[in-house]
Design a protein around this ligand. Structure first.
Ligand code: ADP
Length: 202
């Protein structure tokens, strides 16, 4: 409603406003859209706990095909490629596993170095003692080791919105999903070379 009415007001008053007035309008419109984005992401975060369905057998190759389809516009915009090895079938909550891989792959595309188009590769390995480790590797900007834990906290970002847009909630959602499945999510990275986000599933 805030966005809608302020846009109506802008239409009505646009021509009679001075430079400052038009600037204030633009700030309000921008803030309202950001508020909407934050609320949506916070709702997604809180629903990881409340909207979960029981786990079922899910083929991760099918999940990746869907993730790639959803992220095609973003990948094309960045000239990026998304690939994966043959992946296992795992017992997980189907909606959450899509959300998890989609967040990780989207980040891998977004945090890329301007001089190189993003390459994202997903692989899986059997863990000693049972279960799987699934890894999402990119050739992007990378992360300094001192931020390896901080990035998983809600609202924690390493860049300004002007550099890379975002709310800082994506990885907190990812970690919550993985932990609800009894696994762990971590990152390994070489700044300037790329990052590997890997999660375990029992
Ligand atoms: P957002 O992307 O909205 O800022 P996230 O929780 O998804 O929120 O990520 C938190 C921060 O972690 C990002 O702001 C970015 O600095 C860093 N980050 C996440 N994924 C990557 C990646 N693949 N490569 C480099 N940095 C990343």
């Amino acid at each position: 409603m805030i966005s809608g009415f302020i846009q109506l007001l802008e239409k009505r008053l646009g021509s009679s406003l001075d430079q400052d007035g038009r600037e204030y309008m633009a700030f309000i419109i921008d803030a309202a859209s950001r508020m909407k984005e934050l609320i949506n992401d916070l709702l997604a975060y809180s629903r990881v706990g409340t909207r979960a369905k029981p786990p079922e057998a899910v083929d991760l190759n099918t999940v990746m095909a869907r993730v790639r389809e959803t992220l095609t516009p973003l990948a094309e915009e960045q000239g990026g490629l998304i690939s994966w090895d043959t992946l296992p079938t795992v017992r997980v909550e189907p909606v959450q596993i899509v959300q998890l891989l989609q967040n990780l792959v989207a980040n891998a595309l977004r945090y890329h170095r301007p001089e190189e188009p993003p390459r994202v590769h997903v692989s899986a390995a059997v863990r000693m003692g049972g279960g799987w480790t699934v890894s999402v590797a990119d050739n992007g900007i990378g992360i300094e080791p001192r931020y390896f834990e901080r990035i998983f906290m809600i609202f924690q970002r390493l860049h300004t919105r002007e550099e890379y847009p975002g709310t800082g909630i994506g990885l907190a959602i990812c970690r919550k999903i993985v932990e609800r499945h009894g696994g762990r999510l971590r990152v390994e990275s070489t700044p300037g070379r790329g990052s590997v986000f890997s999660f375990t599933l029992p």
